[in-house]
Ligand binder design. Structure first.
Ligand code: AGP
Length: 626
């Protein structure tokens, strides 16, 4: 079999490391279960016991590994690590699963990210007689550690030395049977966080892995190595100098990352949306009655100097950015561009000190978005992150951050974090309008009050989605669904189509309704389901009547129309095969209610087709590769 291109095998994965008094194997497996959303192509563990290394790994979901573990007895151990993998190319088979071991079988390593120079390192290692048994970039790390351990006098120093030789983005966690008391980790542009417990310590890609044991976390910086012992942790840079590490308290508990009686995380996360929206709004109005954003580390003068805003993001977060553009330009009168983060830096964008770049990312780890942030800062633009994960990489690489308070989102499909991104974008737009004086104080507060009414409206939508479930069930065999919208309803349509693609694996496409006659209307045929997001009647000029005409045009050509419109909008009743009514909301805030039926629709349709909505095929929650 041909060798894959460098770095194409091991990308976004979940990592757990443990040292302590509890049985390491069960702590690690439990942690992997909570990280499985990061990748589920294969899983593996390694534990140290009696100065020996024991490993197991299996292709497929964690359940396969657990079945393999049950086939033999395992030594009692208090030091271990584990991995769940998401692969892009190459078979997700047993040999390519992590951990990888060196030739002596004494070092085990797991990895998230890409070792870009792995081909050259592999050739060098093979020249020195190492036998590599997988196709991964990761395996070179195990053998490099083997090389360095001869001279380095310990796993941590060996790790520091090899990191200096690695190119790319990586989190590495390793154990060595001759260092039986420790787990060593390293990171560059890839997530790794320490959980500080009482007589035990944890390493993980995400706090969810250890939140059941401790809520004290330690943030690691870029290019740092951490040594984990039962009673202490030591953090250094790649040269061995002690490095600062910020400790923080995780403000949600283990139950937030559990299903809480729901069959799927996604169902729970959809239901949590009213609370997530409310929490993101909490504490934003100061005693003087003005909007205050405490975490906004940009001065009012800096914000007044801005003459352009560029929003960068991927996937659902990009759709939040597209919606934000309407509000920001309307409220602040600043030109606002929205760009896919993966395209941004390659087109030579015009940026300078007076450009504000807003990076939206739920995870704070999406590599495309991170690279866009780094690029913008190199161009001396100011960067504001909108993020859901405290202490993650993107906020730390930015000048300022506004956290959404959605709580952990485990389902791969973004739901509650999308709504909270919309709220956060609105807050940023209103804050800019307040500082720059493009809106009076009472106008800003009036919108805040409208936002404060949204959790109840979202709750109302959730209470009336039963017909959406029935509709989804009836469309399980549809080949394709189209989505139409205008104004902010257009990005809502894009989001509806994305949800359907990723969960139901169906062809779904969204169009700005005004574009229909420029081509897409040729797609309409008898029975084709078309979802139309109708703006409020009271909204922007003739928008509403134009989309009602669009509905008539597609219906006349045989489309099965599924219309999302606000309660009391009788003008669409005659043209809707299915009418989904949402509570009345101001035009710019309507996406907070109109998106919810689309999430439910995609989720229920996927369930009707028998799919795992928490772990859709080929996807992972954090995309830490470009
Ligand atoms: C949405 O359902 C997706 N899972 C995906 O598009 C996601 O929004 C995108 O990968 C961006 O992730 P981020 O918000 O963590 O940066």
């Amino acid at each position: 079999m041909g060798r894959p291109a460098p770095g194409t095998l091991t990308v976004m994965c979940g990592i757990v490391g443990y040292v302590g008094a509890k049985p390491a194997l069960s702590v690690v497996i439990d942690g992997l279960r909570r990280l499985e959303y990061r990748g589920y192509d294969s899983a593996g563990v390694a534990v140290l016991a009696d100065d020996k290394l024991a490993t197991a790994k299996r292709a497929g979901k964690l359940a396969n590994l657990e079945a393999a573990l049950a086939e033999r007895s395992w030594p009692e151990s208090s030091v271990g690590l584990g991995h769940t993998r998401w692969a892009t190319h190459g078979p997700p088979n047993d040999p390519n699963a992590h951990p990888h071991v060196d030739c002596t079988g004494s070092v085990a390593v797991v990895h998230n990210g890409i070792i870009e120079n792995f081909a050259a390192l592999r050739t060098w290692l093979e020249g020195r007689g190492h036998e590599l048994t997988s196709e991964t970039d990761t395996e070179v790390v195990a053998h490099l550690l083997e090389e360095e351990l001869h001279e380095a006098g310990g796993l941590a120093e060996a790790m520091r030395r090899i990191c200096a030789r690695l190119e790319g983005a990586f989190t590495l966690v390793a154990v060595h049977s001759e260092d039986p008391e420790t787990v060593v980790g390293a990171r560059r542009n890839s997530p790794l966080v320490v959980g500080r417990g009482d007589g035990e310590n944890f390493l993980a890609s995400d706090v969810a892995a250890f939140i059941a044991h401790t809520r004290q976390a330690v943030e690691l910086g870029q290019d740092q190595v951490v040594e984990l012992y039962r009673d202490r942790i030591a953090v250094t840079d790649f040269h061995g100098s002690p490095a600062p590490a910020r400790e923080y308290h995780v403000d949600w508990d283990a139950s937030a990352a559990e299903k809480g009686g729901y069959e799927y995380f996604m169902l729970k996360e959809i239901a949590e949306q009213p609370r997530a929206v409310a929490e993101t709004l909490l504490g934003r109005v100061g005693e003087d009655g003005t909007l205050t954003l405490d975490e906004m580390r940009l001065s009012d003068d800096e914000l007044r100097d801005i003459d352009k805003i560029v929003i960068v993001a991927c996937g659902t977060a990009y759709h939040a950015g597209l919606i934000a553009k309407y509000a920001i330009e309307h409220w602040c009168r600043i030109p606002c561009e929205v760009e896919l983060a993966s395209e941004f830096r390659y087109r030579d964008p015009i940026l300078d000190r007076s450009t504000l770049v807003i990076a939206i990312s739920q995870s704070g780890e999406t590599l495309d978005t991170l690279m866009a942030v780094n690029y913008a800062r190199e161009q001396r633009s100011r960067v504001l992150a909108i993020c859901n994960v405290n202490g993650s990489t993107i906020p730390r690489a930015s000048d300022a951050v506004l956290y959404t308070h959605a709580g952990p989102e485990v389902g791969v499909a973004a739901t509650k974090t999308f709504l909270t991104q919309l709220v956060a974008c609105n807050l940023v737009g209103l804050y800019l309008a307040q500082v720059r004086g493009t809106k009076y104080g009472d106008e800003v507060i009036a919108v805040i009050h409208q936002l404060a009414a949204m959790p109840e409206k979202v709750e109302q939508v959730l209470g009336t989605v039963a017909p959406v479930r029935a509709l989804a069930g009836s469309l399980a065999d549809a080949k394709c669904v189209l989505f139409l919208g205008r104004h902010v309803g257009y990005p809502v349509a894009l989001e509806g189509a994305l949800k359907l693609k990723e969960l139901a694996y169906m062809h779904a496409e969204a169009f700005a309704a005004g574009e229909l006659k420029h081509g897409p209307i040729a797609l309409i045929e008898d029975g084709l389901p078309v979802v139309v997001v109708v703006p409020p009647k009271r909204g922007r000029g003739p928008l509403h009547e134009k989309i009602v005409s669009n509905i008539q045009e597609i219906r006349a050509r045989g489309a099965r129309t599924i219309v999302i419109a606000e309660e009391g909008d009788d003008s669409v009743v005659g043209y809707a095969d299915t009418l989904i009514a949402v509570p009345q909301a101001p035009t710019l805030l309507q996406p907070l209610v109109s998106t919810v039926p689309l999430q439910v629709f995609a989720c229920e349709l996927a369930l009707a087709k028998g799919h795992d909505v928490d772990r859709p095929r080929n996807l992972a929650k954090s995309v830490t590769v470009e």
